[in-house]
Design a protein around this ligand. Structure first.
Ligand code: NDP
Length: 342
């Protein structure tokens, strides 16, 4: 290839991203900077977090500059290198962009990966990447699950949520998953081993009122949830808050229902945290990078033993980056959402 196609952030989305917020441009294939290298991206992770990086708001990372490619974790192959530690042909994973080729500066986040033991390099963006490890460290470190406890998971049919439920089962918890739609709820039980599935949508596909959802959670967990793994926020979180066990641990991992909302509504039932002497702890996978080896090895072992299943939803082509990304917000994705670039 002589051109580098790049999926650029053209302007900051207001509410739901629209196609005009992005542009697909071509640039020459880069050459390595002194001490750096260039990666040919094969797979890119499409994550809810990318929506937050598009906003000009305080966060754990600077906003994506306008005119830059949308930031993304990718796996790919070193194309050209001026760094003795990275040779052309090496497989690597790192924080790059939605583009054919990424320039990696010396000392960046990119690390080598060994793809010999996996069926697809995309596994490093799902089970053995940030998603699987978010489930692993979030649940085990913050949730501290114990056998017999009740674990309530929102976004339960998604990449993080489905892994959380399965790890919870390995730890001996009773697992309740919340997801949207009958098919996803069927998969919660059949594919991911949840004990109970709760549909947060009604037959018409609209979100149920907080009271209705809260009553359904209460029926499934009469003694309340000891652990809540929160991926969704908004009304779902409000319903969960009404169903906490004493000294419950809430892992605040994500709030996807609020990412496209210009006015962040926030949780209205936070008083239940006080009533139940619960804790709510923010979780960020970036804090756990030094322990990725440990978590990745455990996830790989559980997968090899058939104890964990992590599905991938692989969409094709940079030119489809926008509709592919939006699958996260319509709930169309059926597993870890990945864009195949090469
Ligand atoms: P998923 O695979 O779970 O895909 C997103 C899912 O969210 C959709 O399929 C949809 O499922 C659900 N969803 C979307 N919009 C809404 C809405 N308005 N109300 C309720 N549910 C909605 O994505 P990930 O597993 O990658 O991410 C899950 C969560 O984890 C996100 O909040 C993300 O930000 C967070 N995360 C946090 C990390 C951290 O370090 N803190 C790291 C990685 C992820 P459904 O059809 O059931 O509605």
């Amino acid at each position: 290839m002589t051109a580098n196609r790049r999926f650029l952030l053209a302007r900051r989305p207001h509410g739901d991203p629209v196609p005009q917020d992005f542009s697909l441009a071509e640039a020459p294939v880069p050459t390595p900077q002194p001490g750096g290298f260039v990666v040919r991206n094969h797979f890119a992770s499409l994550d809810p977090a990318q929506r937050g990086w598009m906003d000009d708001a305080p966060s754990y990372m600077p906003p994506i500059p306008l005119g830059d490619p949308v930031r993304a974790t990718t796996v790919g192959v070193v194309h050209a290198s001026d760094n003795p530690d990275f040779a052309p042909g090496d497989w690597v994973m790192g924080l790059n962009g939605l583009e054919d080729y990424s320039q990696v500066a010396p000392g960046g986040f990119t690390s080598k990966i060994d793809i010999s033991g996996v069926d697809s390099p995309s596994r490093f963006l799902s089970a053995m990447g940030a998603v699987g490890l978010t489930a692993y460290f979030g649940l085990l470190d913050i949730g501290q699950p114990k056998p017999g406890e009740t674990l309530l998971v929102s976004g339960a049919a998604g990449a993080v949520g489905s892994a959380v439920g399965q790890i919870g089962k390995i730890m001996g918890c009773r697992t309740i998953g919340i997801a949207g739609g009958a098919d996803k709820c069927r998969r919660l039980v059949a594919d991911y081993g949840f004990d109970v599935a709760i549909d947060y949508k009604d037959a018409g596909g609209n979100a149920k009122p907080v009271d209705t959802l809260s009553a359904e959670i209460a029926e499934a967990a009469p003694d309340g949830a000891d652990i809540v793994f929160e991926n969704v926020g908004g009304a779902v979180l409000d319903a969960e808050l009404m169903n906490l066990a004493m000294r419950a641990r809430i892992i605040l991992c994500g709030l996807i229902s609020e990412y496209n909302s210009p006015e962040k509504l926030g949780a209205r039932n936070l008083w239940q945290v006080l009533v139940k002497r619960a804790t709510m702890t923010g979780f960020l996978i970036a804090d756990h990078v030094p322990r990725f080896g440990e978590g990745g090895a455990q996830m790989a072992q559980w997968m090899a033993q058939g104890k964990i299943r992590v599905d991938e939803d692989i969409q094709q082509g940079l030119e489809n980056a926008y509709p592919a990304f939006m699958r996260l917000f319509s709930g169309a994705n059926t597993g870890k959402l990945v864009l195949q670039i090469a």
